[in-house]
Write a protein that binds this ligand. Sequence first.
Ligand SMILES: [Zn+2]
Ligand SMILES: [Zn+2]
Length: 398
Amino acid sequence: MALIQRLQDLAPTMAAWRRDLHAHPETAFEEHRTAALVAERLTSFGCEVHTGLAGTGVVGVLRAGAGLAGAGQAGGSGRSIGLRADMDALPITEANTFAHGSRHPGRMHACGHDGHTTMLLGAAQYLAETRRFDGTVVLIFQPAEENEGGGRVMVQEGLFERFPVQAVYGLHNWPGLAEGRFAVREGPMMAGCDQFEIELRGRGCHAAMAEEGIDPIVAGSALVQALQTITSRNIAAADAAVVSVTQFHGGETWNVIPASVVLRGSLRYFRNEVRDTIHRRLHSLCDGVASAHGAQAELRLIPGYPPTVNSAAEADIAAAAMAAVVGADRVDTHLPPTMGAEDFAYMLQARPGAYGWIGNGPGTGGCLLHNPRYDFNDAVLAIGASYWATLVERVLAA
Ligand SMILES: [Zn+2]
Ligand SMILES: [Zn+2]
């Protein structure tokens, strides 16, 4: 491994920052303490700092290079790169009892965004000290990656117009991928997702005289079964897709058939054509199954994140920078994509770039993402920060 020595020296400091963030988790768009800490550190390193984008978002800018005309000017070469970390925690009650466990009941850094924020801060400190690059580095600390689309809001609020970059890169820790390994691939890394809600209306009646009503529980049960045929019968076997019904609400007591039930769920896809097929089949199965039972269905589709798709050139650049840090044999470029979703997708829709994974070690013993016993692995802080710094020094080579 060829970690940057300065970042290895900074590892204990980064671990302290990371544990402090872990102890003070803040959820979507409420990352006030976190954003203030990030802005304060970036300022202390000598970065130009911009706050308030998407509420609690923070952007740091570093410029270096021969033709540098001073603050406010593009970095010497005119080349620029965006690096993104997410800062938000989840509404989960932490089960860990270690000293840096969450001090905010019901909130927890269970996705490692404390580690992501720290790795980018470490890289920022190193890059500000050394400035061995020629161009502009835009350090993007985004709020609300979980569910609320803070990345989308930053893009909508003009992130890339205010801070133009030629490419943007993201990094997420990955439990189950060994410490000291990376993964990145061209094309889809993470799926697109939408939510759906179906209200099925029948006619309530006495449980003993079902012939008097229209039972939405029976119709809903048939619908749940029918929805399984979307991925098995309507989507080509080579196309990945998921349709999961995750909620089925109805009824209040033993002897009453309710008038209606509500089903909710999530769908996942990589290609927009697949999403369109799922939407179309959801509509026709809802209508068809409901009418077969004499009931009525109302379907509501709630758009979620689009697929996270890496551009080929930038995926290669990311893989090469990862290989420079840990060795090519520790970078997986042929991993299967996951059906999870990620709002870095919106940044990749706006600019070419690549989103990769850094190994967090074994995903056992509760260390999977979103688990109440999860913790980011401090041993990989210097590895991830070395990747960021190496990526900058290669893309913006002086
Ligand atoms: Zn997450
Ligand atoms: Zn995450």
